[in-house]
Design a protein around this ligand. Structure first.
Ligand SMILES: CCCC/C=C\CC(=O)SCCNC(=O)CCNC(=O)[C@H](O)C(C)(C)COP(=O)(O)OP(=O)(O)OC[C@H]1O[C@@H](n2cnc3c(N)ncnc32)[C@H](O)[C@@H]1OP(=O)(O)O
Length: 260
């Protein structure tokens, strides 16, 4: 892979630490997603690895979500490959047998939030400037059903419905109040806390924890597996619309203008 997006380390405790490192904002490009899925697969197949802590090596950003440039002005073939990579990443992470802990050390909109939601436990730095949420509606796009299902499974139907319709990005304290993240800690204590939570989860017998996790998540995972090709077609048809392309271009321009 050309870009070193991730670093991995498996300690004696059987815990890997994955650090997103794709400047400037850890956006989820096709290359990033592919590398992330391959790393997850390798860890999953490594018997020495029982858990993974996911965090960012960049200051202030966990992940800025899907790379919007991958969804702008590209070919049908590219959209197909990109969306399959997004699906693959989620199927691997949400369906992982490992204990997965997100140490959210920065903002985490949309696809970045999905990554955190797909873990077993979320700890966020208690900085009110950091926000998290599925803000797709703000971009004029719609979070697919499996993003929504993952969100509902974490916060419940009512909170998910309101937050999704409004495309809300919740500052860390609000995200904690809503149950979107499980704990807030000072940023400098994030990794120490993640390791302590991991140790607590790993104290249980793997088979019992894994079967329970599968029981809780199987219906949602199976739904995407059964409708994967249809979901790709829906994505292509949606993202190819001129009105959606215009919304995405305007959003990118707004991001650039914000700087000047
Ligand atoms: C049917 C479709 C379903 C799709 C499902 C999911 C959709 C998504 O995940 S869409 C992505 C949603 N993400 C966002 O809305 C976040 C957008 N970004 C931001 O709000 C800010 O960039 C952020 C808070 C993350 C960081 O702020 P800053 O530290 O101030 O950085 P900048 O805003 O200056 O950004 C630096 C640089 O990165 C570019 N950028 C940011 N986000 C993305 C992105 N998601 N994809 C591609 N590029 C991104 C930004 O434009 C800047 O570029 P330059 O101006 O060229 O430096």
């Amino acid at each position: 892979m050309a870009a070193a997006t991730l670093a991995r380390r498996i300690g004696r405790s059987g815990v890997a630490v994955m650090k997103f490192k794709s400047p400037p904002v850890n956006s989820l490009s096709l290359e990033f997603l592919t590398e992330f899925s391959i790393s997850l697969e390798k860890l999953e197949n490594n018997r020495a690895c029982r858990g993974v802590i996911i965090t960012s090596a960049l200051p202030k950003i966990f992940s800025s979500g899907l790379d919007i440039t991958e969804m702008c002005g590209k070919s049908i073939e590219h959209y197909t490959e990109f969306w399959r990579a997004v699906q693959e990443m989620w199927l691997r992470l949400y369906g992982s047998n490992m204990v997965t802990v997100a140490a959210v050390n920065g903002s985490s909109p949309a696809g970045g939030c999905l990554i955190a939601l797909s873990c077993d436990y979320r700890i966020m730095a208690e900085n009110p400037k950091f926000s998290i949420g599925l803000n797709e509606a703000q971009l004029g796009i719609v979070a697919p059903f499996w993003f929504k299902d993952t969100f509902v499974n974490v916060v419940g139907h009512r909170i998910a419905e309101r937050s999704l319709q409004l495309g809300s990005l919740h500052p860390a304290p609000e995200a904690h109040k809503l149950g979107l993240v499980d704990e807030l800690v000072p940023e400098e204590k994030l990794m120490e806390k993640a390791a302590a939570v991991m140790a607590q989860w790993l104290a249980l017998p793997d088979h019992a924890r894994q079967l329970t996790k599968t029981m809780m998540r199987k219906a949602v995972l199976d739904r995407l597996v059964a409708h994967r090709e249809e979901d790709i077609k829906n994505f292509i048809s949606f993202v190819s619309k001129e009105s959606i392309q215009k919304s995405l271009r305007m959003y990118m321009e707004m991001l650039k203008k914000k700087k000047s």
